[in-house]
Design a binder for this molecule. Structure first.
Ligand code: SF4
Length: 460
């Protein structure tokens, strides 16, 4: 089944699944309350968001320079950098490193980039065990499901759902409390850190001036994944660059607040290299894989490149009326919600994934909440325009919009017939509209007619 067909099918199921919507609403409501509190920590939030936007603009507009500086500094620190044009190349680099270090067990912290390239499946095919150590990802891996949300991978599961997953896969009792389940996950994972030969993490920010990778998390699992195994591999999208480590103060606090409503995330780590001779902790080898995988396609477009400013806080997902209806799995892509609608068609292939830009009400709420001020709804509109220019819009859709445009630009046409007649025709013209909605009903007279009659004396 094509992704678009699957998207329509799953969306229709999810939108009318009351239990699913209830769980989603419960978790997003909790998020909304926390974020509102978190925002009070900032003196001039709007100004800070503008600065963050400009910093990301600076980084993306000079991406080549910053990435080369980063590479130079990583090498200076004793690490190695690989440039991966696509997911296959990135996976192959990981496999080569695993072979080189005779690894068979890998511990992994949460990383959407590794989801994007399906790293776990790839490693499994090559008989390598890769264990997710973030609690949400651990649950999803047990349940054989992709992450549901870019920040909270198991957002769609209630505590009862998680207890069921643990029961089925780990044989634990069904009535476990969240604390007991956390302790069980801890028990399952603890030894893996010391047994694993390789730790893989993503990166929240690339720090070119010090050749470092900033990782932010709440559980300490990323820190253990990068500190205990002898080899640390970072896989990171090239757009994660910020101009300097000095900007972290701003980005870390914005990410914490918009991601989870925290003042600052619990563990914030900068990895710069393998352990130095006088240091007691850390890996012996440090590798960074810089992933393009379609990002440079976005870079070629002066407007759409703003999609690369994203710091993956998830705020636009949580505010999106579409996401709140259909949830994360319906989209059929790794990056979902408004930011996914902007970037995913370019990362995955515009021919097959252009349908994503249609899954938007264009209400603009996403642009309003974005901490780096990406004009998301305008970029979604640009993707729609591109879709039409590339001939992906159906004849029926093209004709419908041409008709709508003609009518909108012609007052006489708009005033033709009474409300009843208009309602009859429009409901006949778009029969699918009222499959799940009330019939469209026009008022007896248009505003223009009322205005004319009243000679301009319309009171609100
Ligand atoms: S687009 Fe903005 S709001 Fe959405 S995840 Fe990225 S940074 Fe957050």
């Amino acid at each position: 089944m094509y992704p678009q067909e699957k998207f329509k099918l799953v969306s229709a199921q999810k939108a009318f699944n009351e239990a699913h919507r209830k769980k989603l609403a419960h978790n997003i409501n909790k998020y909304d309350v926390q974020v509102a509190v978190g925002k009070h920590e900032f003196k001039d939030l709007e100004n800070l968001k503008q600065i963050a936007h400009l910093k990301k603009k600076q980084a993306i507009d000079n991406l080549g320079y910053y990435l080369e500086t980063f590479e130079k500094n990583v090498i200076k620190n004793g690490g190695e950098v690989f440039w991966a044009e696509d997911g296959n190349e990135a996976n192959k680099y990981v496999l080569d490193i695993c072979k080189k270090h005779q690894a068979h067990l890998i511990v992994k912290s949460k990383s959407m980039v590794t989801e994007e390239i399906h790293l776990n499946d790839y490693l499994k095919k090559h008989a390598l065990e890769s264990v997710e150590t973030d609690l949400g990802e651990f649950i999803q891996q047990l349940d054989n499901e992709a992450p549901y949300h870019i920040v909270t991978p198991a957002m769609h599961k209630s505590k009862e759902d998680v207890a069921r997953v643990f029961h089925e896969h780990l044989g634990t009792p069904l009535n476990m409390t969240p604390q007991e389940m956390t302790m069980e996950a801890r028990k399952q994972l603890r030894n893996k850190y010391s047994e694993a030969q390789i730790g893989i993490t993503g990166g929240n920010f690339i720090l070119p001036d010090i050749g470092g990778i900033a990782v932010t998390e709440n559980e300490g699992n990323a820190r253990l994944s990068m500190a205990l195994p002898k080899v640390h591999i970072v896989i990171v999208g090239i757009e994660k660059v910020i101009p300097s480590y000095k900007d972290l103060g701003m980005f870390w606090s914005l990410l914490a607040t918009y991601g989870t409503g925290q003042k600052i995330t619990v563990y914030n780590t900068i990895a710069t290299a393998a352990r130095l001779p006088h240091e007691t902790d850390g890996p012996n080898k440090f590798y960074v894989i810089l992933l393009d995988n379609g990002r440079t396609k976005l870079l070629t477009d002066p407007a759409l490149r703003q999609g690369l400013y994203c710091i993956r806080c998830g705020a636009c997902l949580n505010t999106c009326p579409i996401y709140k209806s259909i949830g994360g799995h319906a989209y059929q892509v790794t990056y979902t919600g408004p930011i996914g609608k902007v970037i995913s068609p370019h990362l995955k292939g515009f021919d097959d994934y252009n349908y994503l830009s249609d899954a938007s009400s264009l209400c603009g709420s996403c642009s309003e909440v974005c901490p780096v001020k990406i004009p998301l709804h305008k970029l979604i509109l640009l993707n729609r325009q591109k879709k039409r220019e590339l001939g992906h819009a159906s004849t029926l859709e093209t004709m419908a919009w041409a008709l709508w445009k003609t009518a909108m630009l012609n007052r006489n046409m708009m005033n033709m017939g009474n409300g009843k007649l208009k309602s009859f025709f429009i409901n006949k013209l778009i029969p699918n509209w009222h499959k799940h909605r009330a019939h469209l009903k026009f008022p007896p007279q248009s505003f223009n007619e009322l205005f004319k009659k009243s000679k301009g004396n319309i009171s609100p």
